[in-house]
Design a protein around this ligand. Sequence first.
Ligand code: MLT
Length: 304
Amino acid sequence: MYKILTLNNISPLGLSRLPDELYQVGTAIPEPDAILVRSANMHELAIPKSLKAVGRAGAGVNNIPVAKMSQLGIPVFNAPGANANAVKELVVAGLIMACRHIAPAWEFARALNGTDEEIHKAVEAGKKKFAGFELPGRTLGVIGLGAIGRIVANAGVALGMKVVGFDPGLTVEGAWQLSASVQKARSIDDLLKNVDFVTFHVPLNDKTRYMINAERLKLMRDGVVILNFAREGIVDDAAVSAAIKSGKVYAYVCDFPNNVLKNHERVVTLPHLGASTREAEENCAVMVADQVRDFLENGNIRNS
Ligand code: MLT
């Protein structure tokens, strides 16, 4: 019997890949052979001596002490691409939220009350206050052209936007999955100088931490919109806060709670919803459960 400890809710469809006759799965399993985790922070966790593999039901692995696992010879499997469509759809929503002011306009509409005439007047005021702008013809910069960045770039093209992408590690194989209309920037700075919107699809590491900081903000077009559906820490919140106040940044959409910026009307914060769809949760769980199973039973390493 293999023992699997789950540190988060893992989709039942994924767990169904681990048959009862071979696997004991639960949230309080001592001496596990493998751990399945979504967002739980494993950095502080004592690593069980019995552990042979970790499956991260998502793309990023920054909640896992990967270097330590590697020293111990424990593979870490993840699910690249399995939640890409879910993230892409939320990025598209974020683009539209930013330029049509959906969050503050919704709050405004919910607070309306009074006579028909008063409401009519308020609606007219709201139409003026929340007038927006459209996406076609504007330029979207996509930093990071992995599974998520690529379909975000293609979605930008489908929305009629000019799209510029940058990824220092872009492979030939990755390149062909991009629409021919996606331009390749020479560098991050080159991209930042030429875009109206910028969205990040990179992991958080020493190279990407504070990728958007006060210096880089100076390079950017006035009125740029920044979207961060990747990880907290890629954007320096204090610098963006100052840039929003000065008007340099038009709007900031981020998929994390944000104490520095949450009260600004042009800031949208979400509770890390990018991968939170039924389909993405199932895809991720199935992908990592299959990889963990293949490793435990056959010693195969399909991705880590
Ligand atoms: C990811 O890295 O794919 C996401 O953070 C997944 C999640 O929300 O758990």
